[in-house]
Design a protein around this ligand. Structure first.
Ligand code: KIV
Ligand code: ZN
Length: 509
């Protein structure tokens, strides 16, 4: 392996999915995995197979179809977890088992109730066991950054000897700061005798907003794999954001002394959007690299500067990360050929029936909206590629509301030939619709989160609604889009019900 190449290990589908409220089904994970493969990541951690049947299925599905990158399954340091990971990875072309066990004093004493020698023994046994199953094994001493350095050194040496080809040093609780974390990697590089027999990886969390900086400090000190997620998703405040990490290394080659990755940066924006759409976690507008504001210049002085010479206020060319802006593209009279041409230029490779469906939605939208932008097209295509079967369809709805009237809704939902309709009221038009859908289907959903965003500008902009609903303790997300935000909201609600139904929930008719 080239000594300056940084291996990008994407954990969007595992740690990223641990983002509160984000949950992906197997088909959605596969959709993201395909995009991560196109983006050029080296390894995809597809899930934690022993944790749930859903994760087992997702890792199996990703293993079956994604062939270039390494596909990794997470496992605790137990035989059962390792067996499950192995089972899930059977069809992978390049399988890897990632075993983890906490090593810090806090975790040893309060979580595991085990002494140092016991931890060391379990770690070595687990790595040896995983190595009997597969040649590619990664080990993570969880909470490494709060582990006594000398004990960490001993664990790293022992697991390499036991056969771990990658040793990952997690800053599990995001406690480290860059100098110190870089120093820890250097310490391991200098004091573990067999360190060159393994790749040193890092996995940083963002509790102090330092995940990317800590990862970058680590690569400057010899780490050659970085674990990161798209949009910085992950447990609590998230993981190191892939897009920030990559662009930092690329834009500041001078500082990073020739380190590089194989990421196709032009795919960053598209990947970010897909992940946001499927997880339901909206990207903050001022997010570095892929936020909507990352390339807009508000102040007159800045606008003037950029017009005179772009580099005055813009260090990254938007097109280098695939940011197209809201380019005016098509209208009502555009034909199928122009439509499919534009989709191809945007990087969509649709099958015939997907194209037909997308074109139908395009025509419906063009009836309501005079100008269709690239971002609208992305919504149209993504909606058609939804992996949630539309078992329940919003057939019709009407809602009345006003300053002095109680909002009332009438809703009709169809499931094949079966019709479910009801009339109801609520605190506002959206609430009235949601409650009436519940009444029609005999459900009781509690709205936990609700967002509507305009996909593009203008009064006739396409609105995208995201909902998170609690159906008797089961959290489900849903999304819908329409030029009418109430319709987008009801579609999102029905989409959440379809997801609930897909998981086999008996409460849905
Ligand atoms: O944050 C962490 O320590 C982890 C490990 C499982 C690698 O996610
Ligand atoms: Zn983590």
């Amino acid at each position: 392996m080239e000594k300056n190449r940084i291996i990008i290990f994407d954990t969007t589908l595992r740690d990223g999915e641990q983002t509160p409220g984000a949950s992906l089904n197997a088909e959605e994970k596969l959709q993201i995995a395909r995009q991560l493969e196109a983006l050029g990541v080296d390894a995809i951690e597809a899930g934690f197979p022993h944790s749930s049947p859903g994760d087992m299925e997702a890792v199996k599905r990703v293993s079956k179809y994604i062939k270039r990158p390494i596909i990794c399954g997470l496992a605790r340091a137990t035989g059962k977890d390792i067996d499950s990971a192995y089972q899930a990875l059977k069809k992978a072309a390049r399988p890897r088992i990632h075993v983890f066990l906490a090593t810090s004093k806090i975790h040893r004493e309060f979580k595991l109730h085990k002494a140092k020698d016991e931890i060391l023994r379990l770690a070595v046994e687990a790595v040896k066991y995983a190595r009997k199953k597969l040649p590619d094994v990664e080990f993570s001493p969880e909470d490494a950054s709060r582990t006594e350095p000398d004990f960490l050194r001993a664990v790293v040496e022992a697991v390499i000897k036991a056969g771990a080809g990658t040793v990952n040093i997690p800053d599990t609780v995001g406690y480290a700061v860059p100098d110190e974390f870089g120093g820890l990697i250097k310490y391991l590089k200098c004091n573990v005798p067999n360190i060159d027999e393994a790749v040193i990886s890092v996995h940083c969390h963002n509790d102090l907003g330092l995940a990317v900086s800590n990862s970058q400090a680590a690569v400057m000190n010899g780490a050659r794999q970085v674990e990161c997620t798209m949009n910085g998703l992950g447990e609590r405040a998230g993981n190191a954001s892939l897009e920030e990490l990559i662009m930092g290394i690329r834009m500041r080659k001078d500082h990073f002394k020739g380190l590089f990755t194989d990421i196709r940066t032009k795919d960053l924006y598209k990947t970010s959007r897909l992940v946001s759409k499927l997880t339901g976690i909206v990207v903050q507008p001022n997010k570095a690299i892929i936020g909507e504001n990352a390339f807009s210049h508000e102040s007159g002085i800045h606008q003037d500067g950029v017009l005179k010479k772009r580099v005055t206020y813009e260090i990254i060319r938007p097109e280098d990360v695939g940011f197209q802006g809201t380019r005016l593209v098509l209208g009502k009279l555009s034909g199928r050929h122009a439509f499919s041409n534009r989709l191809q230029k945007l990087g969509y490779d649709l099958r015939e029936e997907e194209l037909n469906l997308a074109f139908k939605r395009f025509k419906e939208l063009a009836d309501k909206k005079s100008i269709i932008y690239d971002d609208d097209l992305a919504v149209i295509v993504d909606a058609g590629m939804s992996s949630v079967p539309e078992t329940f369809k919003l057939y019709d709805f009407t809602v009345t509301s006003g300053k002095k009237t109680i909002p009332e809704a009438v809703v009709e939902i169809r499931k094949g030939q079966e019709k479910y309709s009801a009339k109801g009221s609520g605190d506002g038009p959206v609430d009235a619709c949601f409650k009436t859908v519940d009444k029609a289907l005999g459900l009781k959903g509690k709205l936990v989160d609700y967002k509507v965003e305009a996909v593009t500008g203008g009064k006739d902009a396409l609105g995208e609604a995201h909902v998170k609903i609690d159906f008797s303790g089961k959290l489900v997300i849903g999304r819908g889009s329409s030029t009418d935000v109430i319709e987008a909201s009801v579609l999102a609600y029905v989409n959440a019900i379809n997801r609930l139904h897909q998981t086999g929930n008996k409460k849905v008719k």
